[in-house]
Design a protein around this ligand. Structure first.
Ligand code: PBG
Length: 325
């Protein structure tokens, strides 16, 4: 055959392939989610997330030092609130001496340059297990937004670099930005979970934090996975309201959404490679059905290739080890 172009020329060796590779993972791409519990010297395995743990604050600080040495520079904090502290308004979320606020301070103190992002939503603190306040069986938007704004200020006060509202209430980005401004937190960023879908893949996370909805589901606030245009609308509104980073979540069943949102907004886009996505790879690897390391690299590369500038993932430590080899 006489061909004008042979595409296989650029695939013939590992050196050529790496020369023309369009997507390269680096440690700078990753955000490490951490689950923090009360107590001392606790390293509590999460059954549905093999290899991932809930740590008490002392062990969290050790872990954060270790992450920094691996080149991971950003953590996303979640706390597990003790049952007796939960109520309808999630008031523990605003406690200046609450586990989240203490954790932010302790991590900042131990590793000052580590970027700290904090989850802003009521579900771990709310006795109804919803991201917002429940009244008469409904999740009430405006009362919730008011609490989320106060919660954000409380995290900023403790030293958070970014607050990350994951609740999907309407108007919360504008309210949080206004509250931060009014309290003179002019350096605190907002990573908005703008396109967060009602997903079955959050299951293991809800085990980790004991935060499953007490009744019903989250479909009146999280997005319907049938929709794409709506994600662009949400992202553009959050950008207008003052978000610094726009997030799409989950990641793997939503790669089209990541690309669409990346094309629509002129802001960094993050994607959350969530708990169920982690669990699926772990389970298949355990069965010997896929190669875990290869699956980690391929899926994280696909998320970056789809348009994510950064990825929150439970595989962060694994992947930095893999890419440094
Ligand atoms: C809740 C929240 C959830 C996750 C992050 N923040 C779960 C939910 O919406 O029920 C999921 C993360 C994961 O599954 O890894 N505000």
């Amino acid at each position: 055959m006489i061909l004008q172009r042979r595409n296989r020329i650029l695939r013939q060796s590992s050196a050529i392939r790496s020369l023309v590779a369009e997507t390269i993972l680096t440690p700078n791409d990753f955000i490490v989610p951490l689950f923090i519990v009360e107590g001392e010297n606790v390293t509590d395995p999460i059954a549905s997330m093999p290899g991932y743990y809930r740590y008490s604050l002392d062990n969290t600080v050790k872990e954060v030092k270790h992450l920094w040495l691996l080149g991971l520079k950003c953590v996303l904090l979640f706390v597990k609130c003790n049952n007796e502290l939960k109520n309808h308004y999630g008031t523990e979320a605003l406690n200046a001496d609450g586990l989240m606020q203490r954790s932010i301070k302790a991590i900042k103190n131990a590793v000052p340059d580590m970027l700290i992002m904090t989850d802003v939503a009521l579900d771990p603190f709310n006795s109804d297990g919803h991201d917002g306040v429940v009244e008469n069986g409904e999740i009430v938007n405006d009362i919730t937004v008011d609490i989320l704004a106060k919660m954000s200020v409380s995290h900023a006060q403790a030293g958070a670099n970014f607050v990350a509202p994951s609740d999907m209430m309407d108007g919360r980005i504008a309210a949080i930005r206004k509250a931060l401004e009014e309290n003179n937190f002019t350096k605190t960023g907002i990573m908005a979970y703008s396109a967060k879908y009602a997903s079955c893949f959050y299951g293991p996370f809800r085990d980790a934090l004991d935060s499953a909805p007490g009744f019903g589901d989250k479909k009146t606030y999280q997005m319907d996975y049938c929709n794409r245009t709506e994600a662009v609308k949400e992202a553009m509104m959050d950008a207008d309201e003052g978000a610094d980073i726009i997030m799409v979540k989950p990641a793997l069943s939503y790669l089209d959404i990541i690309r669409e949102v990346k094309n629509a907004v002129d802001l960094p886009v993050s994607a959350y490679n969530i708990s169920g996505e982690y669990a699926m790879i772990k389970a298949a690897a355990k069965m010997g059905w896929i190669d875990e390391n290869k699956a980690i690299l391929e899926t994280l590369t696909s998320i970056k290739r789809s348009g994510a500038d950064m990825i929150a993932t439970y595989f962060a430590k694994d992947v930095v080890k893999l890419i440094s080899q």
